[in-house]
Design a protein. Structure first.
Lengths: 154, 287
């Protein structure tokens, strides 16, 4: 099937099998490897993308289901001025160690801040509760997401 | 990890979806949120020959109060329910505890109900509230009481050419409260044990209606009529809740597994039933 998915504002049209997962479409067809495959069993959230603005696990969505939809991946966070506030905050607050979960954490954090620019620690912990950090570096991830919110509102 | 190859149809109406299912038979599955079905297909626990995707069917994403019922359409996501101010009692209480935030953005109540996984949360909530499942087939729709809809482990009462288009939960007229007590190892894990409680209070403060159902402690979600019966007609009290908890524990059939021993789980049922009833009555008094 020919499908067209808009990823970070750019249309990607490819012929895919129905069983192609969205994460594989993003990584293999669109060659955007910032989206990671971690557990591949709907547990870890490393494959998080925003599907029409909503965080989802792209290992558990078929690419054909995203035909005509708009996707944002971690690569979409970078704007013309350089680092996005959430990227700058992760750097500043040491919000990453090995970096594997980071794309998912940043996208979930970004989606949260779009809804609530000034979240509490609990709000952030709740929002990232579907994303696992194997380095267990959660404290600084929470700090980074809150710092990004503060950065954007000041 | 890919699923095995399958044919894919994106339906644009219920009629089209039902026709595709009728044509495909047992080897055809509906795809809504896919948060249980796709992982099962990736691990080959499910191998449908065809998927009928209903995500492009209009008007199935409606959640509303109409004709004395809370109506939840087949494309209403768990997150929609958690965000909405229409749900009451145990429905509102359970919504934030379904899986994790990302799965809630995608998965649907109706899909989870049809899935009939005994570790799933919604079927206990529906048993406690006395909901109906609306099944639509080629000749129209029928309402199936949830207790009849849940046949067994991963088995529902749908005919081969029917789809779940809606769930209808009766809205009580008086004071109502509910609670969903869920023990899980981590967010996103299945329940180790969970208890759904639904309470309606009469004007004189006694319990006029009670619903109690258990998750993950039997081959299917389990309603506990014996515990409900001791509550109705009586004034809420800790002694009464303890008695109901004991009856719920007796009705449970937990199995020892990686999440804990059967004996310990049965005790969790005992304690959580008590807590759920106490929280439900607090909610009813505030409603």
């Amino acid at each position: 099937m020919d499908i067209t998915v808009t990823i970070n504002g750019q249309d990607h049209t490819h012929d895919v099998e129905p069983r192609t997962l969205l994460v594989d479409f993003v990584r293999t067809k669109a060659a955007l490897t910032g989206t990671h495959i971690g557990c591949d069993t709907t547990s870890c959230g490393a494959c998080t993308v925003l599907l029409d603005g909503v965080p989802v696990k792209s290992c558990t969505v078929l690419a054909v289901q995203a035909d005509g939809a708009s996707i944002m991946t971690v690569e979409g966070l970078k704007d013309a001025d350089g680092a996005h506030p959430i990227q700058a905050a992760f750097k500043e607050e040491h919000g990453l160690q090995c970096g594997f979960c980071t794309p998912g954490m940043m996208l979930v954090g970004h989606a949260l801040l779009e809804q609530n620019a000034n979240p509490s620690d609990d709000d952030v912990r709740w929002a990232i509760s579907g994303n696992l950090c194997r380095c267990t570096g959660y404290m600084n991830i929470v700090k980074a997401i809150r710092a990004a919110g503060a950065m954007a509102t000041t | 990890m890919f699923p095995s190859a399958f044919d894919y149809v994106a339906a644009h109406s219920v009629r089209e979806a039902v026709a595709a299912k009728a044509e495909g038979g047992d080897d055809t599955r509906f795809l809504a949120g896919g948060q249980s079905l796709l992982p099962m297909m990736k691990t080959r626990l499910a191998n449908p020959a065809k998927l009928v995707d209903i995500n492009r069917v209009p008007a199935l994403d409606t959640i509303e109060r109409a004709n004395g019922h809370l109506r939840v359409g087949a494309l209403v996501r768990h997150a929609d329910i958690a965000r909405s101010d229409l749900p009451f009692g145990v429905i509102a209480a359970a919504a934030p505890w379904i899986s994790d935030p990302l799965v809630r953005n995608r998965g649907t109540l109706c899909g989870a109900v049809a899935h009939c996984d005994p570790e799933g949360d919604w079927n206990s909530v529906l048993l406690a509230t006395g909901a109906d499942v609306i099944a639509t087939g080629p000749s129209g729709e029928r309402a199936i009481p949830i207790a009849d809809f849940i046949v067994d482990f991963f088995t529902n009462a749908l005919h081969v050419d029917e789809m779940v288009t809606e769930v209808r939960i009766p809205i009580p007229v008086g004071r109502v409260g509910g609670s969903y007590q869920k023990l899980e190892r981590k967010i996103g894990d299945y329940a180790t044990v969970a208890v759904a409680a639904h309470i309606e209070l009469a004007d004189n403060g006694t319990i006029s209606r009670a619903g109690i159902a258990l998750t993950a402690v039997a081959p299917k979600n389990t309603k506990v009529p014996a515990a409900e019966a001791v509550l109705v007609g009586n004034a809420p009290s800790d002694v009464l809740f303890a008695e109901a908890g004991e009856l719920a524990a007796q009705a449970s059939q937990p199995r020892s597994d990686v999440r804990g021993s059967a004996e310990w789980k049965r005790n969790v049922v005992r304690v959580f039933t008590r807590r759920a009833l106490a929280a439900a009555v607090v909610g009813a008094n505030e409603s």
